[in-house]
Design a protein around this ligand. Sequence first.
Ligand SMILES: [Zn+2]
Length: 244
Amino acid sequence: MRSRTANRSGIVIRRRVTPAGDIIVTMLTPQGKLKAIARGGVRGPLSSCLNLFHHVGVQVYQGPHNDLASVKQAVLEGALPTLAQPERYAFAHLMAEFADALFQEGEFSEQAFELFAAALRGVAHQTDAEWVALVMSYKLLGLAGVMPQTARCARCGAPDPAHPDPLGGQLLCGDCAALPAYPPEALDFLRGVVRRTVRASIEAPVPAGQRPALWRALERFVAVQVGQVQSWRQLVPLAPAAQG
Ligand SMILES: [Zn+2]
């Protein structure tokens, strides 16, 4: 294998500092995910550049034997300072983990990057960051091709289910369900969010009181279909199910 240098531009979705002072970052780029190490980065100028949610241009070097590419240079191309606000940070962090879990190198990378970048901007700037995060999380799922089934009961296949599925995060019919049906707004959201435009969904927010059930459904669905996403814990206070 030959060594090579490449220039990439993307958003830092994961950042870890090793005991040796190296920074290991995962970036989402239009060409897919990129994982790279900045050796000794904590003590150098790369440290402030390679921060979570920063949009950076990096020059990476892939050595002949190293699995992990090394970051040689990094230039800050964009930052969203309001993401430092605790509530926005929690939602941005959740979406970053979400994107990390959903997307690999390969197809849909460019769309995934665009959608994720738009999601971060929305969480940074919109008044209702929670709503943006909820809409964009479902849109990211849709883009990844992992969508909750809404036309048929997840257990028996009966049409037009309207009740929560506490185990799988999908929808159940009245006969299969133990919980009362979703209110109309939440049900309409679940049925329509993946195919609707982001704008249409953002402009029709579900009342705040109905959102914990939507987060819970998303958490269950993702846990079953994709795997655990650590950041749910930060959002747990928002979800009444987690309080009991
Ligand atoms: Zn059923």
